[in-house]
Design a binder for this molecule. Structure first.
Ligand code: NAD
Length: 318
């Protein structure tokens, strides 16, 4: 049986990945290591708490002594690093914790992987490391060769981590892969993020604050499709490589909010335009040709169905 360490597994994407991997394979023992910041929610994993292939450990990836002891005791085969401070607005208010967790924490994990000869370290990164694209030239997309040009302290910390991960491949031959995914939506996301927060506010007939003019564009992917991509990369991806993951679903923030309002039968009068986020990225758009052609990945969710499922999922838990 292979042992897999998931860091940040009590967060949005990590908890979806743990559900995915345990339901797909009997041959993995999954250890979920999470610091349980405000963004974590162990209730996301209640249904698998007693699964014999699953164990939760409370801890911080920045704590080198603790991490090295854990690696010594558990003898992991694969490490997937989801743990991060992930909210851009928080990174504008308090950038330091982003540097500490996202950069130093990643380096501690890399050092442990090096010492304990881990077979694969996978870094879950983001398309935000590329910066942004102009709004009105739809021919421009991020490829894996697009230079890193992050805008926020969050994306800068993720870009820095990516470079350190790459350097451990080049310098120490550490078996790494990196994925850079577009914006995810789906179940178990924290209510601070756009889609759950707008659903929550709309249900309560609260104002729906939209940054600037609402025209900023994101490329949306259902979290399940992100999980299938990571699964393929850790099993079939080429060591040392970076894979972009995206859904070809470019939507402006105002489009997303209007979809939510319509599905919930609310009024567009709830929309309130507020001062723009400092340094707000205009448009993200991902070219996923590499993962599609080399690993045969393709998303199963259409945005139209996935977003309605997601709105209904949040409506049910509220
Ligand atoms: P999230 O904020 O929902 O979850 C992050 C988890 O990491 C939380 O459970 C938190 O407690 C944990 N954590 C934070 N600091 C830690 C530390 N020092 N040690 C151990 N655990 C710690 O984030 P998410 O949306 O699930 O994102 C997961 C990863 O995917 C992040 O690395 C993020 O950069 C990346 N990503 C996210 C998106 C997206 O749309 N959400 C898109 C692309 C990439």
């Amino acid at each position: 049986m292979n042992k897999i360490l998931i860091t940040g597994g009590a967060g949005f994407i990590g908890s979806n990945f743990i559900h995915y991997i345990l339901s797909k394979y009997d041959s993995y023992q999954v250890i979920n290591l999470d610091k349980l910041t405000y963004a974590a929610n162990l209730d996301n994993l209640k249904d698998i708490e007693s699964n014999k292939n699953y164990k939760f450990i409370h801890g911080n990836i920045v704590d080198k002594e603790f991490i090295f002891r854990l690696f010594e005791d558990e003898k992991f085969d694969i490490v997937i690093n989801f743990a991060a401070e992930s909210h851009v607005d928080n990174s504008i208010l308090n950038p330091q914790i982003f540097t500490i967790t996202n950069i130093f924490g990643t380096q501690v994990l890399l050092d442990a992987c090096k010492k304990y000869n881990i077979k694969r370290f996978h870094q879950v990164s983001t398309d935000e490391v590329y910066g942004d694209l102009p709004l009105y030239d739809k021919s421009l997309l991020f490829t894996e060769k697009t230079p890193l040009n992050p805008s926020s302290p969050y994306s800068a910390s993720k870009a820095s981590a990516d470079m350190i991960v790459k350097s451990y491949y080049r310098t120490y031959n550490l078996p790494i892969t990196i994925s850079r995914c577009s914006n995810n939506y789906g179940p178990y996301q924290h209510f601070e993020k756009l889609i759950p927060s707008m659903i929550y506010k709309a249900i309560n007939n609260d104002e729906l604050p939209i940054y600037g003019n609402g025209c900023n564009i994101r490329d949306w992917l259902h979290v399940y499709d992100h999980c299938t991509a990571i699964d393929l990369i850790i099993h079939e991806g080429k060591i040392g490589e970076i894979y972009n993951i995206g859904g070809n679903n470019e939507k402006s923030n105002i489009d997303i909010v209007k979809i939510i309002i319509k599905e919930l039968g609310k009024s567009e009068k709830l929309i309130k335009y507020v001062n723009d986020r400092p340094g707000h990225d205009l448009r993200y758009a991902i070219d996923s040709t590499k993962i599609k052609t080399t690993l045969n990945w393709k998303p199963v969710y259409s945005f139209e169905n996935g977003i309605i499922d997601t709105i209904r999922w949040y409506t049910k838990i509220l």
